[in-house]
Ligand binder design. Structure first.
Ligand code: VGL
Ligand code: ZN
Length: 197
């Protein structure tokens, strides 16, 4: 049955390359937040709420990768093991999945991508999926706090959604020590509710 809830759950990039210790851009302690993320997913499913998963989904050559002029080790190449959902993640049967970066675009938000040459931004399907379901409020969980979770949350606020994140349901890259806490602060400043549970 279609849900009448105005609240959706967005599950950002819980993929092997970020979560598995053998992954291409493995984030320390990421497996430790997966049970809390799953608890959020189960609660949303039991409540018939909309759940949208995102996947980082890059071509083999992209200016996102250090080898091609960017900053990141190779990760989440389309259809590779690393791009698959982490096996312990609960993926609901009618999951909506938004893949980002498929055309070699850059950017971290689940709502938009950026052409690396022209810098032009374009929308993913995220906002239209949320609008189709009458969503006014989003909860965002996943990886990485200081990149894709942050940018998705800031974009959700910009687009007028009431937005919350949970400390127990996200993990940061921390390229520089303190990046994760700075990201949490930036989200709060933008009106994102940061919950301690
Ligand atoms: C991400 C770095 C590069 C993320 C994606 O999902 O936060 N981080 N690509
Ligand atoms: Zn990426």
């Amino acid at each position: 049955m279609a849900s009448s809830s105005k609240r959706a759950l967005i599950v950002v990039d819980v993929q092997n390359d970020f979560v598995d210790p053998e992954g291409g851009l493995s984030i320390k302690d990421a497996p430790s937040v997966v049970p809390s993320i799953n608890a959020m997913i189960s609660a949303a499913r039991d409540d018939d709420r909309l759940i949208v998963y995102t996947q980082d989904w890059h071509p083999g050559v992209t200016p996102h990768f250090a080898k091609d002029g960017g900053i990141w080790p190779v990760h989440c190449v389309a259809d590779s093991w690393g791009a698959q959902f982490y096996p312990e993640l609960e993926v609901v049967s009618d999951a909506r999945v938004v893949k980002k970066g498929t055309g070699g675009e850059d950017g971290y938000s689940g709502f938009s991508v950026r052409d690396p040459e022209t810098e032009a931004e374009s929308d993913t399907a995220m906002e239209s999926i949320l609008k189709q379901h009458g969503i006014e409020e989003v909860e965002i969980v996943g990886i990485a706090t200081d990149y894709c979770v942050k940018e998705t949350a800031l974009d959700a606020r910009k687009r007028g959604f009431k937005t919350a994140v949970y400390r127990s349901c996200m993990k940061g890259v921390d390229l520089q020590p303190g990046d994760t806490e700075a990201a949490i602060h930036e989200m709060e400043e933008a009106g994102v509710e940061v919950r301690d549970d």
